[in-house]
Design a protein around this ligand. Structure first.
Ligand code: SF4
Length: 210
């Protein structure tokens, strides 16, 4: 485990100075330290879209209101308090804040070129952490790993792929209106029930007893 933690620290030290998107003219500034965090032996990995402004300010992934909702969802799935921050590896399709959307509503979605430039970092995290269960958060992360389709098709399903179990969830941001529909809320309930069963199966014993 110590070797794995050291390897993860070395990987994050390589990611921290990354300026690929700036050099490609896609971003004005890079701030990858806010993009990923978590234990090297995590069995559960969350993949978001990209860090927001609060994540950059606080230096943690899912550092804004979306993280609070995710934490609440994990609690509903029976996880111990603060498991989002202490037991889960949090990462994203890209590791730098893309800026605000031109519409002024929410953050700009990272472009396919940014996602492609950042993908090797994500693959390196996958190779190192080797999570048993992955939660792709939001349409972009779901599409990047599980293919195209509306959230309605994916949320509530457990999909086995690449020797891992994937439990897609919607983006928890208040900007998304998808969650306002009671039918969609029921899909989230199904996803959290499935996640609860996976927690019982995979979460290390010391957490279950804490
Ligand atoms: S988004 Fe990823 S690839 Fe682009 S500069 Fe940031 S860390 Fe590097």
């Amino acid at each position: 485990m110590r070797d794995k933690a050291a390897a993860l620290a070395a990987l994050q030290a390589r990611i921290a100075p990354c300026r690929r998107c700036v050099e490609a003219g896609l971003l004005a500034a890079a701030n990858p330290v806010a993009g990923a965090r978590g234990p090297a032996n995590a069995w559960l990995m969350l993949i978001g879209q990209a860090p927001g402004r609060l994540s950059v300010q606080r230096g943690i992934p899912f550092g804004g209101p979306g993280g609070v909702v995710l934490d609440r969802w994990l609690t509903r799935a029976g996880f111990p308090p603060n498991y989002l921050r202490s037991g889960t590896y949090l990462t994203a399709l890209t590791r730098c804040f893309p800026g605000k959307a031109a519409s002024g509503k929410g953050d700009r979605a990272p472009s396919p070129a940014e996602i492609a430039l950042c993908r090797p970092w994500l693959e390196a995290e996958f190779a190192l952490i080797d999570p048993r269960v992955v939660l792709p958060i939001g349409q972009m992360a779901i599409r990047a790993f599980l293919g195209p389709g509306l959230l309605e098709r994916f949320v509530g399903e457990v999909i086995e792929r690449d020797n891992r179990l994937w439990v897609p969830l919607p983006h928890p941001s208040g900007v998304s209106r998808w969650l306002n529909d009671p039918i969609h809320q029921a899909q989230v309930d199904r996803a959290l029930a499935a996640l609860s069963a996976l927690r019982e199966r995979f979460m290390p014993k010391q957490w279950a007893e804490s």
